[in-house]
Design a protein around this ligand. Structure first.
Ligand code: 15L
Length: 271
């Protein structure tokens, strides 16, 4: 994607910078700031020009407080990103999210882009179209922890005027991998458009938006989030024929086919 060369931020913080989406955003956010501070518990490699590496555990409140010092805005991709046992989810996504918002309050950071997930509403059916205004229906502990993060964002907006855009990211990969992702897929270019729009929209309060592409099949109506100015450009349609012929007759009684969350609805610690 062609990005604007105008530097809008002095210092941006990207957490989870060593993860799949973090690595993509690392190079894509750099043109939007003078300094990109990168954090993770995994190896971040070597700092390029205009990068700062600040490893921090989200469970460590003092480290997270220091991490947010001098930062204009945060793109929070850190924490657990799949269904896992309760202990890592509690530490990474619940305790960690609390530490991040407390640090934002203490350090005067005014905007957070929070990587939530479509799994906040994974127990809606694939024959329903929902919007960010519908009640949450998490499909596991991971989705539940992301719902907590969204509620935390709402609290810190209402009480402390810290703005957040909660991104209920669908399936952001180079290509959709299966039939479900014909609806949930978002390209990396669209991910970049979504994050940049969320960082730069003038007024967001606490807004919730689905991270989806311009797909023909869709379960999510982003009309309530039109003010963010995100217009996806990439469609999963060119992958349809191959994905449908690889899986011509999905079992309509399989919960992974019935529900939007797909395999997440039967993953994890309840097995
Ligand atoms: C997510 O929230 C995960 O982080 C990602 O790995 C995908 O599995 C995605 O959801 C999805 O629903 O496809």
């Amino acid at each position: 994607m062609t990005t604007s060369s105008s530097t809008r931020f002095d210092r941006l913080l990207l957490t989870g910078a060593a993860g799949g989406l973090g690595r993509e955003l690392r190079r894509r956010l750099k043109p939007h700031c003078r300094v990109l501070r990168l954090s993770d518990i995994a190896d971040l490699g070597i700092a390029a020009d205009g990068e700062e590496l600040v490893p921090a555990r989200l469970e460590d409140s003092a480290a997270v407080n220091a991490l947010l010092n001098g930062v204009d805005a945060v793109v929070h991709m850190g924490g657990v990103s799949t269904e896992q046992p309760w202990a890592p989810i509690l530490q990474g996504n619940i305790v960690g999210a609390y530490h991040l918002y407390e640090a934002a309050r203490k350090q005067g950071v005014k905007r957070i882009v929070f990587a939530s997930s479509n799994h906040v509403t994974g127990f809606y059916r694939q024959d329903e179209v929902i919007s960010p205004r519908d009640p949450v229906r998490p499909d596991g502990l991971y989705g539940l922890s992301k719902a907590f993060g969204e509620n935390l964002a709402q609290l810190y907006w209402d009480r402390h005027h810290i703005e957040t855009v909660s991104l209920r990211i669908g399936s952001s990969f180079p290509e959709p991998k299966n039939r479900r992702m014909l609806a949930s897929w978002m390209s990396y270019d669209d991910l970049e458009r979504l994050v940049v729009a969320s960082l730069t929209a003038p007024v967001v309060g606490h807004s919730v938006i689905y991270g989806m592409g311009d797909n023909s099949t869709s379960w999510w109506d982003n009309t309530p989030a039109r003010h963010i100015g995100y217009r996806p450009r990439d469609s999963s349609e060119r992958f349809r024929a191959a994905l449908e012929s690889a899986d011509p007759r999905p079992d309509p009684t399989d919960p992974a086919t019935v529900y939007q969350g797909g395999p997440f609805v039967r993953a994890g610690p309840f097995d």
